[in-house]
Design a protein around this ligand. Structure first.
Ligand code: PBG
Length: 331
């Protein structure tokens, strides 16, 4: 007997199709059921011009969630960094699969790295978070660069470099990896230089909150460390009351080791490493003022502890004046 296919609702952008396809394969493997992609088209897909005005990625998330709530699809895959921090009660994030590389990267002309860019180099990014941190880095490291606001999908953005309109653009490693263009990266930016967006590099698999059977099978794709990390990062973002386009960077990862690793050292095993470091940053887009803090402790073992970790770091950031740096928004 052939089992009925599970329906995965997806946007039709190249990135969305790539990540939905990858998750579809994984889900089909754990469930033994075929997974069928159902393309959800929104006004935002039809008109890029209007997307800026109607509110960025929010429209896509809303359209996917409407399809889930109407029962037209069984589950959906989101780029976590594009997902609002408020979760509707009727829907559940059933799995956070193992996170992809969370770093931001540069695609530059002539294989240039960030520190090789010539005086006056123009770097394209529409993200106030990236602008703030790149400009702050430039100020403290004697780099003379200009951040230029751009928008559009990954192809469009890389196109600015190929056409010679910009010296470099900033993108997420994860997106390039998923669409098979990671080879075009000319510099992987250290997270000490640019902290990624909360949830960057992670996907979230969402389904109806009352579908216990589906939640259970999707849960097999969940990576507990990824879940703890992104929950803390998104809690930090929510506590800073920042919109998705605000200049907030956050990353929870393994803390640096106090001593170099030897071959066979058990600390290399993530199961044995029990510590997590959470870092957060906010700054003005011109890079003149930033508040960056970090905290290290045991990997939170429950949702509530991960949420508390993010809130605590946000509270410390607010106490150091973070709120005053968050007035700016992307256009
Ligand atoms: N805002 C666009 C977006 N949303 C998710 C990704 C891919 C990276 C990810 O999944 O975190 C990107 C592209 C980018 O920032 O370069």
């Amino acid at each position: 007997m052939t089992e009925k296919a599970l329906r995965l609702g997806t946007r039709r952008s190249k990135l969305a199709m790539a990540q939905s396809g990858q998750v579809a394969q994984a889900v089909s493997q754990v469930t033994g059921r075929p997974v069928e992609l159902v393309e959800i088209t929104t006004y935002g897909d039809v008109s890029r011009e209007h997307l800026a005005q109607i509110g960025g990625t929010g429209v896509f998330v809303t359209a996917l969630r409407d399809a889930l709530l109407r029962g037209e699809v069984d589950f959906a895959v989101h780029s976590l960094k594009d997902l609002p921090t408020t979760q509707p009660e009727t829907l559940t994030l059933a799995a956070f699969p193992l996170r992809e590389d969370p770093r931001d990267v540069i695609v530059a002309r002539d294989a240039l790295k960030l520190t090789d860019l010539p005086r006056g180099a123009r770097i394209g990014t529409g993200s106030p978070r990236r602008m703030a941190q790149l400009n702050a880095y430039a100020r403290t490291h004697g780099l003379d660069i200009e951040t230029v606001p751009i928008r559009g999908n990954v192809d469009t953005r890389i196109g600015y470099v190929h056409k010679g309109e910009l010296d470099a653009v900033v993108l997420a490693a994860a997106g390039l990896h998923r669409i098979g263009r990671i080879d075009e990266v000319t510099d992987f930016l250290s997270v000490d230089t640019v902290l990624p967006a909360p949830g960057q590099g992670a996907l979230a698999i969402e389904c109806a909150a009352d579908n216990a059977d589906l939640i259970a099978v999707l849960g097999e794709l969940d990576d507990p460390f990824t879940r703890a990390a992104v929950t803390a990062e998104r809690s930090l973002l929510a506590a800073l009351e920042a919109g998705c386009s605000a200049p907030v960077g956050a990353l929870a990862d393994l803390p640096p080791l106090s001593a170099p690793l030897e071959r066979g050292d058990p600390r290399a095993d993530r199961q044995i490493v029990k510590e997590m470091r959470l870092r957060g940053v906010v700054g003005t887009t011109d890079g003149t003022r930033t508040v960056q803090l970090s905290t290290t402790g045991p990997v939170p073992q429950t949702h509530d502890r991960a949420v508390a970790l993010g809130r605590e770091l946000a509270a410390e950031m607010l106490a150091q004046g973070a709120a005053g740096l968050m007035g700016e928004r992307a256009h």
